[in-house]
Design a protein around this ligand. Structure first.
Ligand code: KMH
Ligand code: ZN
Length: 275
């Protein structure tokens, strides 16, 4: 089996210090959390950024500052900015970090209920626009899947030339409004992607570690981090993202799967080292 790529989603756009005081906002806090996750075994940092007061932003200047600060602490880590941003942002705002030509960025492949009256909008035309922009900038998309139909959308748009193969998916499972985090749904998703694709699983909340274990034994990859879950175990807040990554490393060790370095992750995903 390929080595395991661990992605750390260190910050997200919705989780706050009220949920867990260790959620990073400032450039320094974000860089430190990235470093702790990397030191524990993460090879990819899925990056959202915040203003100092915690407000989510997609400003490219803020991304630039955070990426520089992360690279100072862990030069070889793969940085994967979000183009999801937070609910309500315009396409133009959301695409700002792609201007920096990162090695990877997320590509959300469908619209989703996001709790209460919130809707995370990703129309077909938006997905085409985002896919095309990533092709232009030579950025590898991580295709974010919140439901099975989003796989079908990605495959269709890939056939039309908006996303280059081999496809790399992130199954984000357990979001209210999206597919559940149950094992049967994981099996359904992984059985629905084209041959030759790779995938990672991000289980939301209580699903984080059960789905991590399922992915480890199935040959998939794993995402953990405060964006998805703030607890190390039931009722125990994680002190930092590093603790969440360490738990995945322990699971992988028990289950006989080695951890990929960033260089090994680049080979698995077909990346060329970039920003
Ligand atoms: N914050 C969510 C609305 C992504 O990073 O691409 C979207 C999100 C997905 O987090
Ligand atoms: Zn995200």
């Amino acid at each position: 089996m390929e080595k395991l790529i661990i992605t750390a989603a260190i910050c997200g756009a919705e989780v706050t210090k009220e949920h867990n005081p260790a959620v990073p906002y400032t450039v320094d806090e974000i860089a430190q959390e990235a470093y702790l996750a990397y030191s524990a075994g993460a090879s990819i940092i899925h990056l959202h950024v915040r203003e100092d007061d915690g407000t989510p932003t997609q400003r490219k200047e803020r991304y630039e500052e955070c990426i520089e600060a992360i690279k100072k602490r862990c030069n070889d880590v793969i940085i994967q900015p979000s183009t999801g941003g937070s609910v309500g942002m315009t396409s133009k705002e959301r695409l700002e970090p792609v201007i920096l030509k990162p090695e990877m960025a997320t590509l959300d492949c469908g619209t989703l209920n996001f709790g209460g009256d919130e809707i995370f909008v990703n129309t077909e035309n938006m997905i085409k626009e985002f896919g095309q922009e990533m092709l232009n900038m030579n950025v590898k998309p991580e295709i974010e899947i919140f439901d099975k139909s989003m796989i079908d959308m990605a495959v269709r748009l890939s056939r039309k030339g908006y996303i280059k193969e081999p496809l790399h998916f992130s199954f984000v499972m357990g979001v209210n409004g999206g597919i559940s985090g149950e094992l049967r749904d994981f099996v359904f998703l992984k059985g629905s992607i084209p041959c030759g694709s790779t995938y990672s699983v991000a289980g939301i909340g209580k699903y984080e570690f059960s789905l991590a274990a399922a992915s480890i034994i199935s040959g998939g990859h794993v995402r953990v981090g405060f964006e998805d879950n703030i607890y190390l175990e039931k009722g125990v807040l994680a002190k930092n993202n590093g603790e969440l990554v360490e738990k995945v490393v322990r699971l992988a060790k028990e289950l006989g799967r080695e951890i990929a370095t960033p260089e090994e992750a680049r080979k698995i995903l077909g990346l060329k080292k970039g920003v």
